[in-house]
Design a binder for this molecule. Structure first.
Ligand SMILES: [Mn+2]
Length: 333
């Protein structure tokens, strides 16, 4: 089929429904190292397809962070290794991926005949689907999927509502980021109407830290640094901090957010020592600086206020480079 692209708020319901109606075997995927939006929408969309009696398969490549296990069936998403490689799917629904490379190994099931559906809200989406629905103004893909469900007349039950609420809650930084619109909150309200208990979901995700994570947080905060008159805040996570906290690498999730808790900070960075020559960087900003510009120069990506990349330098070299780059970015505004 010829590629169809929609950059709009309203779901292309007729086109999407037609593809689904014409499909008999569907695969629903999201990106490696999934976040709340990726997992919540993957689970919600798969449940919708099951409810309309479609043969649907989910797959994951990465471990699912424990804080998301409360979503129904989250811990049952089959790992890539357990899905037969000779499976065939006529349609693959790709959620929350600006680039199809982000689906990882699951791309082995995509052939020339596969109908690819691409639903996303990243500005840099490369529109590689047969049907692309990319709304860069949506707070989350969870919000977009809800719009489609409402339009197509699918009523969400509590379990689906919890998945979509999780997607929206996490991708808006608890209704804080500037993508949070009146409509976002209306949809969150409807999900509460469908049975979501906001405190329960919030507690599962944010008030459920392991003691090792809190110890790690202490070590990282203990070495907080400020530059450029307090406008840049920098946290570093060295490998030995993980060991001495008895923490896993995934427990550094969300640490970067502590940079923006500080008055006067406009850009916050978390530098995570990956190997001696590779450093993972998470970047956050308040409104003034577009951190995805710097992330892009290192082959990374993300959003205006939240991006990330992997830099092929040691932790110390990475630190020096970024302090300098953000001096320019902050001076320029
Ligand atoms: Mn998202």
């Amino acid at each position: 089929m010829n590629a169809l692209t929609f950059n709009q708020k309203n779901p292309p319901t007729d086109e999407l429904k037609k593809i689904i109606d014409n499909s008999s075997k569907l695969l629903v995927v999201s990106h490696i190292d999934p976040d709340g939006d990726a997992l919540g929408t993957q689970l919600a969309f798969a449940r919708y397809l099951k409810d309309i009696k479609k043969d649907v398969t989910l797959v994951r490549q990465s471990d699912i962070p424990e804080k998301y296990h409360f979503m129904q069936s989250a811990s049952d998403i089959p790992h890539f290794d357990s899905v037969p490689k000779d499976s065939t799917f006529d349609t693959v629904i790709v959620l929350e991926c600006p680039d199809f490379k982000r689906i990882g190994l699951a791309s082995c099931w995509i052939t020339e005949e596969t109908v690819l559906v691409n639903i996303d809200h990243h500005r840099d989406n490369n529109l590689c689907g047969c049907l692309n629905w990319v709304n860069i103004n949506a707070s989350s893909v969870g919000e977009m999927v809800y719009e489609y469900f409402e339009d197509v007349g699918y009523t969400v039950d509590k379990d689906v509502a919890v998945c979509l609420y999780t997607a929206i809650l996490t991708d808006t930084g608890r209704f804080r980021y500037n993508g949070t619109s009146q409509r976002t909150l209306e949809i969150a309200g409807k999900l509460v109407g469908a049975g979501v208990i906001p405190q329960q979901v919030c507690d599962e995700i944010y008030y459920n830290m392991k003691p090792s994570s809190v110890v790690l947080l202490g070590k990282v905060l203990n070495e907080i640094e400020f530059y450029h008159d307090g406008r840049l805040c920098l946290l570093t996570l060295k490998k030995d901090m993980l060991q001495s906290s008895n923490a896993e690498s995934s427990e550094s999730d969300g640490l970067v957010d502590y940079t923006l808790y500080n008055k006067g900070v406009e850009v916050g960075l978390l530098l995570k020592e990956f190997t001696d020559t590779k450093t993972k960087v998470s970047m956050r900003s308040k409104d003034a600086v577009n951190v995805s510009v710097v992330a892009n120069t290192f082959g990374g990506g993300g959003h205006y206020n939240a991006s990330g990349c992997l830099i092929e330098k040691s932790l110390e070299e990475t630190k020096k480079i970024l302090i300098e780059l953000y001096k320019e970015a902050l001076d320029a505004k």
